[in-house]
Design a protein around this ligand. Structure first.
Ligand SMILES: Nc1nc2c(ncn2[C@@H]2O[C@H](COP(=O)(O)OP(=O)(O)OP(=O)(O)O)[C@@H](O)[C@H]2O)c(=O)[nH]1
Ligand SMILES: [Mg+2]
Length: 538
């Protein structure tokens, strides 16, 4: 019946394709065999392609059902540290296997911190009365007009109003130099002491550049802060795959800027490396071994530098502001410099290296006796990195936005005019209002609460109206400050919440494994509730 409605040519008894493809009448037996063989080969290839497509489709269908979680937030907010906590919880053996490869990062953190202390002392020696004498990374005093700026760039960040600190007086220093009494000879001896330390520590300071190059594979990221070192996912295996006995690289051979080919070629692409695979290499690197030897020799000098009165006084006066990891590693330098040192999990959680692009980590997370694959996307948070987040917005199920509440007195490394809390609020506004993310489960981590607490308890920091314009007459106490910052973030969310979605907020210190574990479990459950609903499994 249907036939009658169709053009007659379609109902021809002869298949036109078969007609064209039919063998020539002159085909010999040999030709026929060859033709049949070619047809069989073509069919095999076609079947293989079909199978591959089916596999891809299955993978894609599964990927669609997996949980995709983005960790977003500005640089240094704690995203990668949170990723390590996920790894510790759901793939602990992979973090354990990576343990040795973290040595280079920790050594780099130590070398850079030592260099920084020496730079500050030098600047200070040259100009002891200049309150703006501070090292790189110290706060900028100028021209921001946001809520968290200091009115008129006043001295809240500078401190140091009670005269010039005197240099040096650690036990090691006294025993070395036996300073004479009297201010002139003391300051002379102290200057000599610092000069001696500078000389003794020069191999470590020189090694800093070599370590940076080794870590970054010579890749320089423009516009992302002074001297920052970025790594991609998988750096543990790709950057230090040189095993002893094969093409050794020593301190003297680095500095050529030779890029690591894998690190380079993947720029702008998704970097996805299986955790267990990347971690299984035993990494022995000549550069690292040489730095380990230098550290072993220098440990007492580093300790003296760290404990010396000049440094401690500059810290007290907030003329020298140190990052969390500097304090953590220098306070424990003897352990870290010991022969055969292996980083602990706590060391790994405190180690600092900037993330480049977007790094995907995959975990199997248990759910009702089964397991669901979670893809965790840890992004680089510096301004120059943020463009790379966007391709991941499309199919994200959940976001953890990490905002460091301790950063109220800090400015972006990549833009010293922007206060870090302001930047976090602006970024959070963009995330909350992004139409691609309107159905995403949103979690906010107000992080580095331990650092905030320590700052406030030191009595050296204040949020009173002279430092933050809208703080009003609230008390300068931890709880009040936390609630104040929380209310700012909640307000941003409320103003950009047409979908009436819930915002789950947590006060966190993601270097603290115990508390972070229970927060992760909480976040996992809330994400799963949404996941089950959307997967129509309940
Ligand atoms: N004390 C303390 N230190 C923290 C906390 N969270 C992160 N850190 C430290 O802050 C430094 C920066 O943390 P990362 O996790 O590398 O920051 P990130 O957000 O991944 O930074 P980018 O990769 O540059 O975007 C590391 O040395 C961490 O150990 C915290 O809650 N408390
Ligand atoms: Mg990171």
């Amino acid at each position: 019946m249907i036939r009658t409605h169709r053009p007659s040519s379609l109902y021809s008894q002869d298949d036109p394709l078969a007609f064209v493809l039919r063998p020539p009448e002159t085909e010999t037996e040999g030709d026929k065999r060859a033709r049949l063989q070619a047809e069989a080969n073509a069919k095999n290839i076609s079947d293989a392609i079909d199978e591959e497509l089916k596999l891809e489709k299955r993978k894609y269908d599964k990927y669609r059902q997996d949980v995709k979680l983005l960790l977003l937030g500005q640089a240094e907010s704690g995203k990668s540290t949170l990723q390590k906590q996920f790894q510790l919880m759901y793939a602990p053996e992979s973090l354990d296997k990576e343990r040795l490869s973290w040595r280079i990062v920790i050594y780099f953190n130590v070398a850079r911190s030592v260099k920084r202390l020496l730079d500050v002392l030098e600047a200070y020696e040259d100009n002891p009365d200049d309150e703006s004498t501070m090292a790189e990374g110290a706060e900028n005093t100028s021209n921001s007009d946001h809520e968290f700026s200091r009115p008129g760039g006043s001295g809240i960040l500078l401190g140091g109003r009670d005269g010039s600190p005197s240099l040096g007086s650690s036990p090691h220093e006294s025993s070395m130099l036996s300073p004479e009494s009297g201010p002139t000879s003391k300051s002379h001896d102290q200057a000599k002491f610092i000069a001696t330390l500078r000389l003794r520590l020069s191999p470590l300071v020189s090694a800093e550049r070599a370590l940076a190059e080794r870590l970054s594979g010579g890749v320089q990221v423009v516009g992302s802060g002074k001297g920052s070192v970025f790594v991609r996912r998988g750096w543990q295996s790709s950057a230090f795959g040189t095993k002893l006995g094969k093409s050794r690289r020593s301190l003297s051979s680095v500095g050529s800027g030779r890029p690591n080919s894998r690190t380079d070629s993947r720029a702008g692409t998704r970097a996805s490396v299986d955790d267990s695979a990347s971690a299984s290499l035993v990494v022995i690197d000549e550069v690292v071994e040489e730095v380990a030897r230098i550290l072993e020799v220098c440990q007492e000098d580093i300790k003296s530098l760290w404990e010396c009165e000049a440094v401690q006084k500059l810290i007290q006066q907030r003329r020298l502001r140190l990052e969390e990891w500097t304090e953590f590693f220098l306070s424990d330098i003897v352990r870290i410099s010991a022969r055969g040192y292996e980083p602990t999990i706590d060391d790994i959680l405190h180690a600092r290296i900037q993330t480049m692009g977007v790094a995907e980590h995959t975990f199997e997370v248990p759910l009702h006796g089964k397991s669901v694959t979670w893809h965790l996307f840890d992004v680089g948070g510096a301004r120059g990195q943020r463009h790379s987040w966007i391709p991941y917005f499309d199919d994200a199920n959940a976001i953890i936005f990490v905002a460091p509440v301790s950063a109220f007195d800090q400015y972006l490394e990549e833009d010293p005019r922007t206060n870090r809390i302001d930047d976090s609020l602006q970024l959070f506004t963009q995330i909350c209002s992004n139409p691609l993310l309107k159905n995403v489960h949103m979690v906010l981590f107000l992080n580095k609460t331990d650092v905030l607490k320590a700052k406030l308890e030191s009595g050296r920091y204040s949020l009173l109206p002279d430092s933050i314009t809208s703080y009003g007459d609230r008390p300068n106490e931890y709880e009040a400050v936390l609630q104040y910052f929380r209310s700012h973030f909640l307000q941003v969310h409320r103003r950009n919440n047409e979908q009436k979605r819930v915002l789950y907020t947590h006060f966190t210190s993601v270097v603290d494994t115990k508390t972070t574990r229970s927060i992760i479990a909480n976040v996992r459950d809330s994400i799963f509730r949404g996941y089950l609903k959307s997967a129509a499994l309940v």
